[in-house]
Design a protein around this ligand. Sequence first.
Ligand code: ADP
Length: 473
Amino acid sequence: MSRLSYKIFGALLLTVLLSVGLTSFAANQLTASQFRQYIIRGNNEFITSVESTLGTYYAQYQSWNNVDNILVQLLGSNGGRLVLSNAGGLILADTENKWVGHLTDEYNLSDGNTVSVSGTAAGYFYWLGSDISASGSGYGKGMHNGQNSTGNSAVTIITEPQQQLLDEMNRSIWISGALAGLAALGLGLLLANQIIRPINILNRSARQIASGKLSQRVKVNSRDELGELAESFNHMAKNLENNEQSRQRLLADIAHELRTPLTVIEGTVDGMLDGVFAADTHHLTTIKEESATLTRLIKDLRDISLAESGKLKLEMAQVDIADIVQRQARQASILAKDKSISLITDISSGSSAITGDAIRLNQITSNLLSNALRHTPTGGQITLSLKNMLYQGKPGVMVSVADTGEGIPPADLPHIFDRFYRVTTSRARSEGGSGLGLAIVKEMTEAHGGYVWAESTLGKGSTFNYWLPVSRG
Ligand code: ADP
């Protein structure tokens, strides 16, 4: 049993013992007192009937002669003992025939029940028996209402069968209390086990996760707080697993991206050292280009990691996005011309003042334009447009870069903004990048409170749009 089980069991045991003990004790007290009241009522009736019978007897015979039989008859099955004395305290009759002829004082019988005839005491009778308040031991005197003449509590006569009944009742109370306690304890343990079991399962699973088994999940059976805890646990485990998988993928991707330019540099340098390649401009340019690729890759990685961790510092200022778009269009037009691509700029007049980081906004537009240039064949067309647009009810500007390139397969379209994602049908690596360009565009746009999305028709071309909120005022 676990430590929590011990605690629950201990708490349960204590609660059951206390509640059952107290309830049984209270029930016992209540039964004894009710039973006493019941006995007193019966005794009162008996004493009254003895008083009246003896009174009638004395009124009829004007003496106590032969009263013994009456006394025996009166006592009947009531139990105890009846003793009668005359007004002077001389005992005349005794159902046990022991004290006749003696004085009541000798037996400490000072306080008897008066038999009055025509207003005067004709005698006293004493009903002696077991005293309920003295656990049935010794003799007691039965009086009206269980009280003697001085008002103190007097004895209550109780017969043996009555005492047996009381004992029986008390025993039953204790036994049923103990049985109820056992049942409560059993049921409580069953319920406690239901609480502890899922906790143990969660505990085991948490240890498995800690030891690196991230595929570990727990079964959610209940809809209570423990069920919610298990659900949160599974959610946490899934996130951990996803993060670990993407970390491993990222490392593999980075290693892969670094390897190609490094292999080229190493091969070229080795070739030059071995005298296979001449240390001429051509080979040195190759080394320079591959080094530039490495520098760009490292810069991109740094940008993306800063943006993803929310640590990318944006130099925010009032900028006119139309100016940025036009500047990028001018730069792209040189390359476009080289490839005989017509570059059309369509900037509708409207509000284009936004709050943003000019360098990053240039980077976004430049990335999209260089992708468009790369994917548009000779003789194709690129349209760069800017217009005002509401996005989810908010005013902003939308910049679109539309090309007449090969397009993106629908299966790839949802993933092109993922890190290192590259469309497999895309052209040779020399034409493509590291698969980080669009991921950077997405992070940068979102850091500006904007959105980016792409539309594409395979074989016809693609349009990349980004939207940014305009400055208020
Ligand atoms: P890269 O730097 O390798 O181009 P990007 O993140 O910019 O990576 O692009 C991701 C993928 O989307 C690439 O595989 C690329 O082929 C594809 N892609 C990007 N822009 C276009 C476009 N204008 N037309 C067709 N495919 C594109």
